[in-house]
Design a protein around this ligand. Structure first.
Ligand code: LLP
Length: 447
């Protein structure tokens, strides 16, 4: 987070609260989220990313992707900062409802939404449902008919882009479960079907999301270009000018010094210019009067807003040197959490760093591996890090960049209760998601 510093005793301090105090008050492991950092990243997308779009399409709607991390308090921060919210299940929508999030600023995703989820969304009056299959078109039409409403829908288009990221988090190549294929003509068919049911379905626009943790903007460019092509085709073929277009999320963050992400301002500049150029090219050739107007653009960043705002605070339990042969050693530093609170290292080979947080040390740095307390050897939090060789039981370590897809992908593996989320701001800390208890773990057991 932006407000991290070391105090005079070498303790890490965030939002004006030092980690030793945090550990004493709330225990470890704990996710510590810097409220101001979260809010300022949200504002950077809302203002800096959006500014270059003003002259092109009047601005941008930023849908914070709640799958990255959502709880009632965070949903309220998102609402207060004037952003919209992307939810991907009835559960995420329930959090939004509990927070009183304005319904018209919610977009609902999912490749297999249940009838109950569609009912929940239309009952609440969400601003858009992003349609992902032909069955879903029928389901939404049925529920809308039953409720006597016209459902606002967008079509998720598989644009056929190979995003340069881990294969599990790339989503716009052909051979995967999301969306309607553009190359295969499915997207066009879906649009036809929706327009046939325009009594109960309101076609708002096209949507594409190419993947996550992406740095190379060329993927976004190809995707936007294809989406714009389809948008124009719909205008020409059906005379329908869809008012919105969503370019998805996926902006990468720096987990280690290896990456330097573009700022929201620079991203916005590049994307706005591309949208402007594509529409100008489309309209340049046409007769005056049948111009394709530029739809309102929206995006769905999750990681880029919440990822850097949080670090996980752990306490060191055991320290073990392992002989690798040829005189080489590796130090295994075990902490009081692991793959249950951060599965990303095990699942995606994700790179994290970490630092000794509770004190300063002049000791020699030693190549270490930070591991959890779960019973598998793949339970690694930080693969390689130089930690001082006097690190010992009771020290605190902080792993930065754990705001996105850590708590939200967490589990109770080995019946380890999940850590709390503690928000810090202006010298004060408060729990926004409490720590699980053993009673919570047992609460669902019947018998
Ligand atoms: N929109 C849609 C339709 C999405 O599927 C996603 C992410 C986003 C937006 C937000 O993407 P972001 O801006 O956060 O990259 N668990 C994986 C990431 C899965 C992403 C799923 N969809 C990870 O830990 O890296």
């Amino acid at each position: 987070p932006q407000t991290v510093r070391r105090d005079a005793d070498g303790r890490l301090e965030v939002g004006g609260v030092d980690v030793v105090t945090l550990a004493r008050e709330y225990g470890t492991a704990a996710y510590v989220i810097d409220e101001e950092d979260f809010r300022s990243r949200a504002r950077a997308f809302r203002d800096d990313f959006a500014a270059p779009f003003e002259p092109v399409c009047g601005g941008v709607d930023v849908y914070y992707a709640g799958k990255a991390f959502l709880c009632t308090t965070v949903a309220r921060w998102v609402a207060e900062e004037g952003l919209s919210l992307d939810v991907a299940s009835g559960g995420e929508l329930a959090v939004a409802q509990r927070a009183g999030f304005p319904a018209e600023r919610i977009g609902m995703h999912g490749n297999n939404k249940s009838l109950a989820e569609i009912q929940q969304a239309l009952d609440y009056g969400v601003g858009r449902i992003i349609v992902d299959s032909f069955e879903e078109i029928e389901r939404i039409a049925a529920v809308a008919t039953e409720l006597g409403v016209r459902a606002p829908v967008m079509v998720r288009v598989t644009v056929g882009v190979e995003a340069h990221t881990h294969e599990f988090i790339a989503t716009a190549h052909e051979d995967q479960k999301f969306g309607f294929s553009l190359a295969g003509g499915r997207a066009q068919e879906a649009i036809d079907r929706i327009l046939e049911r325009s009594d109960v379905l309101d076609l708002r626009g096209l949507h594409s999301h190419i993947g996550s943790q992406i740095f190379d903007t060329s993927g976004f460019e190809v995707s936007a270009r294809r989406l714009i092509g389809l948008h124009a085709e719909v205008a020409q073929r059906h005379g329908v000018h869809m008012p919105e277009m969503d370019l998805g999320g996926g902006y990468g963050i720096a987990y280690t010094s290896e990456h330097t992400p573009l700022t929201p301002a620079d991203l916005g500049k590049q994307m706005a210019e591309l949208v402007r150029r594509e529409f100008a090219a489309l309209n340049g050739g046409s007769e005056a009067g049948d111009d394709v107007s530029v739809p309102r653009i929206s995006i769905e960043p999750g990681r880029a807003i919440v990822g850097p705002s949080t670090f996980t605070l752990y306490e060191v339990g055991t320290v073990k040197d392992v002989d690798l042969g040829h005189g080489a050693k590796r130090t295994y530093v075990s902490v009081d959490g692991g793959m249950s609170d951060n599965v990303r290292t095990a699942l995606y080979d994700a790179d994290y760093s970490c630092t000794l947080a509770s004190r300063r040390s002049e000791a020699v740095p030693r190549l270490s591996r930070v591991v959890g307390k779960h019973c598998e050897s793949g339970d690694i939090v930080v693969m390689d890090e130089y930690l001082p060789d006097d690190i010992t039981s009771g020290d605190l370590v902080a792993v930065p960049g754990t705001g996105a897809y850590c708590r939200s992908l967490s589990s109770q593996y080995n019946h380890v209760p999940r850590p709390p989320v503690v928000a810090v701001r202006a010298g004060e800390a408060r729990v926004i998601v409490r720590r699980e208890t053993v009673d919570d773990l047992l609460a669902l057991d019947v018998g």
